[in-house]
Ligand binder design. Structure first.
Ligand code: ATP
Ligand code: MG
Length: 197
């Protein structure tokens, strides 16, 4: 059975913190592939993304390009509406019955996991959630109810103090975002003049 880790997010834009979390999941859990899934409308997040769906998808594709184990799926953008992970996982399991799926989340998402739409069903469908701490958000499972807690495996990764919000803010202030995002994504942002003031 192929084992894949889903890396869902708004990716507005994708940055090196996302990529290192994905790489660490491959490395630590021996996954075969990472599937990046940009959300259409993320649940539990206020406000629409700054960049268009097209641009967010383009940037994720650029970032994943050339990595032998990274794939990019536009399933949530194609479906449109609010992107519930449980719907995505159910659809992917229908499409790829021989793949065992895990779902990768940062510490901030571990905190709100119990509020995710139909989270019990989602947990049931997964091998496990893979949780990484990020600066300001330790991979703390103590607040999770126990059946859910048992489904989360945590691992250490080199901490990267990068968020898409910080990348957008730096751009808006005219500051450099080089080395926070892959070079190809940096070039794309500059060429298309996104996130500027
Ligand atoms: P925003 O500031 O817009 O919320 P973000 O940097 O949190 O952007 P998302 O697209 O919201 O990026 O996150 C997608 C997934 O990646 C989430 O599970 C999030 O916790 C995780 N993640 C984001 N940044 C990091 C990081 N620096 N280290 C580890 N995980 C991260
Ligand atoms: Mg976020």
């Amino acid at each position: 059975m192929l084992r894949a880790g889903i890396m869902g997010g708004t990716f507005d834009p994708i940055h090196n913190g996302h990529l290192l979390a994905a790489e660490t999941a491959l490395d630590v859990f021996g996954l075969d592939e990472i599937w990046f899934v940009p959300a259409a409308t993320p649940p539990l997040k206020s406000g629409a993304p700054d960049a268009s769906d097209r641009m967010r998808l383009d940037m994720v594709r650029l970032a994943a390009e050339g990595h032998p184990n990274f794939r990019v799926l536009d399933i949530e953008l194609e479906r449109g509406g609010v992107s519930y992970s449980v719907d995505t996982v159910a659809a992917l399991q229908e499409r790829c019955p021989d793949t065992l799926l895990s779902y990768i989340i940062g510490g901030d998402r571990i905190g709100d996991l119990a509020q995710w739409h139909r989270v019990a069903e989602l947990a049931e469908r997964l091998e496990y959630f893979i949780g990484f701490s990020r600066p300001g958000y330790p991979a703390d499972l103590s607040a999770l109810p126990s059946p859910l807690r048992d489904k989360v495996k945590t691992a250490d990764m080199p901490q990267m103090e990068i968020s898409s919000t910080a990348v957008r803010l730096r751009r808006a202030e005219g500051r450099s975002i080089r080395f926070l995002v892959p070079d190809s994504v940096y070039e794309y942002i500059m060429r298309n003049d996104i996130y500027g003031s």
